[in-house]
Design a protein around this ligand. Structure first.
Ligand code: 0GY
Length: 307
C-alpha cells in the first residue's frame, strides 16, 4: 500500500500513509469532492495559476478510495489546471465507471465538447469566486454557461467565502440548475454557529431548494485543528457544529468528500483516515450517514442507478 501513496516533493505534500478510519463507511459510499493533479509531465498545469501542487495521480486517488473504504469518487477540477480538464477526465475514463466529474469551462466551449464530456462522466461545472484562487469571470459568461449545461442535466458547483455571500446572493439565486456549494460557503468557525454570518448561509439554503452543500473541509476552517498525537481521533471539533447543523437541517441536500490531495493547504496536511472519522460527528445517525454518503451523491451523480 505504501508504494501506491508515494508522492512527489515540493509544495506542501499530501499525507503519504493515511490511517485506516475507525468509522466504517456504508456500502457504496461516495467521496464527492476530490481532485487529481497531473502528473505534470503528462497533463501540464495551467500556465496562469495561483499555486503549483505536487503530482497526485488517478492511480493514487483510486488507491486511496479503496484504502478508506469508498466505492466511488467525484473528481472536481482544481484551479491549478485551469479550464484544461484532461487530467480530471482521464481519471474518470480509467475508473471503470466509479468516478464522475465536475469541469471548469470557458464560454467558447462547443456543444460537441460538452456532449463528449458527458459521455466521459462529467456532470457539472464549477464556478469559483475565491479571489486568492481565480481571476474575475464576468457574470454574464457564467450565466450563459449555466443555461447551456442545464440542457445536459448538469449542475453548477460554486466556491466562495462567507463574507462574499451577500454580494453574490442575487447571482446565485438566478442560476437555473441545481447548485452545490463547496465547503459550506467557508464559514469563519470562530464565530457562533447561530450568529448572523452562518444564519445567512442557512437562510440561503432554506430559501433555495435547488441549493445543495458539501459538509467538507474541516481541516481548512478549523482553528482547534487536528488532534494532538495522543491517539485521540476526534479532530476539528470547532467545525463539527457547523457541519452538523447543515446535515441535520438539509439531510437530503448534503454531500461529503475528502478534498484529497488538499490543494493549496497551508499549515498542516490532514490524515484522510482522520477526516473519515469526522463523519459520525456531523452525521450522527445511520440514516443521516446513508443520505450524506450514498443516497444524495448517487441521486446527483448516478441518477440512472436510482434504487
Ligand atoms: C478545494 C479548495 C481549494 C482549492 C481549490 O480548485 C482549487 O484550486 O479548490 C482552496 O484553496 O481552498 O476545494 O479543494
Amino acid at each position: 500500500m505504501k508504494a501506491a501513496f508515494e508522492k512527489t516533493s515540493g509544495w506542501l505534500d499530501w499525507y503519504a500513509n493515511p490511517s485506516k478510519p475507525r468509522f466504517k463507511l456504508p456500502e457504496d459510499a461516495v467521496d464527492a469532492h476530490c481532485h487529481v493533479f497531473g502528473p505534470g509531465a503528462e497533463f501540464p498545469y495551467a500556465p496562469v495559476r495561483k499555486y503549483t501542487p505536487c503530482d497526485a495521480s488517478k492511480q493514487q486517488l483510486h488507491a486511496l478510495r479503496g484504502h478508506l473504504g469508498f466505492a466511488r469518487n467525484v473528481v472536481v477540477q482544481a484551479t491549478c489546471h485551469g479550464a484544461d480538464n484532461r487530467a480530471m477526465i482521464d481519471a474518470l475514463v480509467h475508473s471503470g465507471g466509479r468516478a464522475r466529474g465536475v469541469a471548469t469551462v470557458k464560454r467558447d466551449i462547443g456543444d460537441a465538447e460538452f456532449e463528449a464530456m458527458h459521455d466521459q462522466g462529467v456532470r457539472g461545472v464549477r464556478f469559483n469566486f475565491v479571489r486568492r484562487l481565480v481571476d474575475f469571470t464576468p457574470r454574464d459568461e457564467l450565466m450563459e454557461i449555466a443555461g447551456r449545461i442545464k440542457k445536459l442535466g448538469w449542475h453548477v458547483v460554486i466556491y466562495f467565502e462567507a463574507p462574499d455571500l451577500p454580494e453574490l446572493w442575487d447571482f446565485f439565486s438566478a442560476l437555473p440548475t441545481t447548485v452545490v456549494v463547496d465547503h459550506m460557503g467557508r464559514p469563519d468557525v470562530s464565530k457562533p454557529v447561530d450568529g448572523p454570518e452562518f444564519e445567512l448561509f442557512v437562510r440561503f439554503m432554506r430559501e433555495h431548494p435547488n441549493v445543495w452543500c458539501k459538509a467538507t473541509c474541516p481541516e481548512r476552517m478549523s482553528i482547534s485543528g487536528p488532534p494532538a498525537l495522543d491517539g485521540e481521533r476526534n479532530a476539528y471539533r470547532d467545525v463539527a457544529p457547523f457541519a452538523r447543523r447543515i446535515v441535520e437541517t438539509f439531510p437530503d441536500r448534503v454531500l461529503w468528500g475528502t478534498d484529497w490531495p488538499h490543494p493549496n493547504l497551508k499549515g498542516h496536511m490532514p490524515d484522510d483516515g482522520l477526516l473519515v472519522d469526522f463523519i459520525p460527528h456531523i452525521a450522527v445517525t445511520g440514516e443521516l450517514q446513508r443520505k450524506l454518503l450514498v443516497d444524495n451523491p448517487l441521486r446527483l451523480y448516478w441518477p440512472e442507478e436510482r434504487r
